[in-house]
Design a protein around this ligand. Structure first.
Ligand code: AMP
Length: 354
């Protein structure tokens, strides 16, 4: 099987690494000649909407998938026209890149969300209850395209300051913690979910994931799994889908979906029977899904902005090190380390923070 991936970052790289032992070869389309997936597969350097690049990717692939959600609709159409199956379905991308469509889908499926209003002008915003989180409908990720509004003064100028594009204003939720659930749906409609995990962010970027989330109740797990299953089925989805949630007491409020492999699922490479990357490839290639069972409780620590010395990481027993081969830059995800059980993850986190 040959899989084409729009995007050549670390998610594409880890997909290709998972595909290699299965004899699945990956090609990538990315505008950057330095895209880090290029080290492990064929990199086509061109814009995501360049007809020539898309045609080359389609010619090199039986099926095309994505490592991000803001895929131009015209690109997905062109790939299909050139004979490549495109998975997951285009509708899931369109929904995931628009926070309003996403919220409406949650509503349609009875999945609880933070209270929100649509904001298309400063006047809409003037009526918004505070405190609130103002988010652009499109092109927001890792905390970008959003700001928290506490005071009337902050609210008064926020619409223009945020670019004057369509937005939503959400109630600022005082959550107990942030959770996410990653699941996969195969072409035959079979579904498998990984355990619900607990996530910790700093500056809007994921830093640590504990899998499974400590202190989970069966009721909470069922609630999350039911929500994810209903999304996978409603979207006739094929591939890995992640759902980010806020826990408030025994309630779960949906924040957003990611129609792709997800940073909060990186622990599955070392901590689950089948990684999210392998399962995504299995799904889009029409293969049976692999088990999503936990091998060992695991913690994943992201390496953001800088890489600790390899020798110091490697000296930590049980640390599984994944470096992406990217040059350091503030706020950039350069790698992650997964470690099973125990407290040793704090040593990794201390190194990552230094
Ligand atoms: P997002 O880009 O929607 O994933 O938001 C990035 C981060 O901002 C989340 O992981 C939360 O930590 C925080 N956040 C987003 N929306 C809300 C909200 N309605 N209430 C409280 N915190 C939020």
């Amino acid at each position: 099987m040959r899989v084409g991936i729009l995007g050549g970052g670390q998610l594409a790289r880890m997909l290709a690494l998972a595909g290699h032992p299965l004899g699945i070869a990956c090609s990538f389309l990315d505008p950057s000649p330095d895209a880090c997936a290029g080290a492990v597969g064929d990199l086509i350097v061109d814009a995501y909407d360049a007809p020539d690049g898309l045609d080359r990717l389609a010619a090199a692939s039986d099926v095309v998938t994505f490592e991000f959600e803001s895929v131009p609709a015209s690109s997905a159409t062109r790939l299909s026209q050139r004979g490549a199956s495109v998975r997951p379905p285009a509708e899931s991308l369109a929904i995931a890149e628009d926070r309003l469509l996403e919220k409406r889908l949650f509503g349609e499926l009875g999945i609880e969300t933070p209270a929100f209003t649509t904001v298309d002008s400063q006047r809409d915003l003037d009526d918004t209850a505070l405190p609130a989180v103002l988010k652009t409908r499109r092109l927001g990720y890792d905390g970008k395209g959003q700001r928290v509004l506490h005071t009337g003064d902050e609210r008064d100028s926020a619409f223009e300051a945020m670019g004057g594009t369509p937005m939503i204003a959400e109630q600022l939720v005082e959550f107990d913690r942030e959770l996410s659930i990653v699941g996969v749906r195969g072409r035959d409609g079979s579904v498998a979910c990984y355990p619900l995990v607990e996530n910790h962010h700093r500056d809007g970027i994921l830093r640590v994931t504990h899998a499974p989330a400590p202190g989970l109740t069966a009721a909470l797990e069922q609630l999350a799994e039911r929500a994810l299953r209903s999304l996978l089925e409603r979207l006739e989805y094929v591939g890995v889908l992640a759902l980010e949630l806020f826990q408030v007491g025994d309630r779960l409020l949906a924040n957003e979906i990611a129609p792709r492999v997800h940073n909060s699922g990186h622990w599955t490479i070392d901590g689950a029977e089948t990684s999210q990357f392998e399962n995504h490839l299995r799904a889009v290639c029409g293969l049976p899904l692999g088990s999503t069972a936990l091998r060992a409780p695991s913690t994943m620590v992201n390496l953001v902005g800088g890489e600790p010395p390899l020798a110091e990481l490697a000296a930590i027993e049980g640390a599984h090190i994944h470096l992406y081969g990217k040059s350091p830059r503030p706020g950039r995800k350069l790698g992650h380390v997964t470690i099973s059980g125990g407290r040793e993850w704090r040593r990794v986190a201390d190194l990552a923070d230094r």
